[in-house]
Design a protein around this ligand. Structure first.
Ligand SMILES: Cc1cc2nc3c(=O)[nH]c(=O)nc-3n(C[C@H](O)[C@H](O)[C@H](O)COP(=O)(O)O)c2cc1C
Length: 180
């Protein structure tokens, strides 16, 4: 039996065949031991989410990574639908809803805008931390530990070598030991 953290990557990219960043990060995750990668748009081309299957997947892992390209300062729509349908009252929160308690949540995003655009006085005005608050608030409600997000920003300026470095850092982070 392994006492290593079991990580589930819920990957939400509607056009993975056109992806550069998320495709590489997901491929890295797939190569790592104790990491399961679940492609939402591939699993549900009709967007008809199997809630029981999703809940079973979540229960079987300790660390949940939501990986997606930043779309309109948030996630692609199927991930929002996934939250709305899978995180049910009595299962995830509310009376008897404790199934995700004690697990970790990591948000992993790629963003077209560069890091310096995401600050007060920059073109996007707000920081990634501010914009990711709904995910953090959700983690809080579910009794999960919200870990530092993993962010690849300014994607157009990223060389192939830098992307390899990001992939390696990503794999290490999502596979790494739990926070104490
Ligand atoms: C519909 C749509 C909305 C987007 N919204 C944002 C955004 O709000 N902020 C941002 O930095 N980039 C935005 N982008 C750029 C994507 O984040 C970028 O193309 C993606 O991270 C690239 O990752 P990939 O190579 O895996 O496709 C948007 C792209 C699309 C298609």
């Amino acid at each position: 039996m392994s006492n290593q953290v079991k990580t589930l990557v819920i990957m939400a990219h509607p056009e993975l065949n056109q992806s550069r960043i998320n495709k590489r990060l997901a491929a890295e995750a797939e190569e790592r031991a104790n990491v399961t990668v679940h492609h939402l748009y591939t699993a549900y081309p009709d967007e008809n989410i199997d809630v029981v299957h999703e809940q079973q997947l979540l229960e079987a892992h300790d660390r949940i990574v939501l990986q997606f390209p930043f779309y309109w300062y948030s996630s692609p729509s199927l991930l929002k639908k996934w939250q709305d349908t899978v995180l049910q009252y009595g299962w995830a929160y509310g009376t008897g809803g404790y199934k995700l308690h004690g697990k970790e949540l990591i948000i992993a995003i790629s963003s077209g805008g560069p890091q310096e655009a995401y600050q007060a006085g920059g073109p996007n005005h707000y920081t990634y931390s501010e914009l990711l608050r709904p995910f953090q608030a959700t983690a809080n409600l579910l009794g999960m530990t919200f870990r530092r997000p993993f962010i690849v920003s300014g994607i157009r300026g990223i060389s192939d070598e830098q992307l390899e470095e990001y992939a390696s850092q990503y794999g290490n982070y999502i596979q790494g030991p739990p926070l104490d």
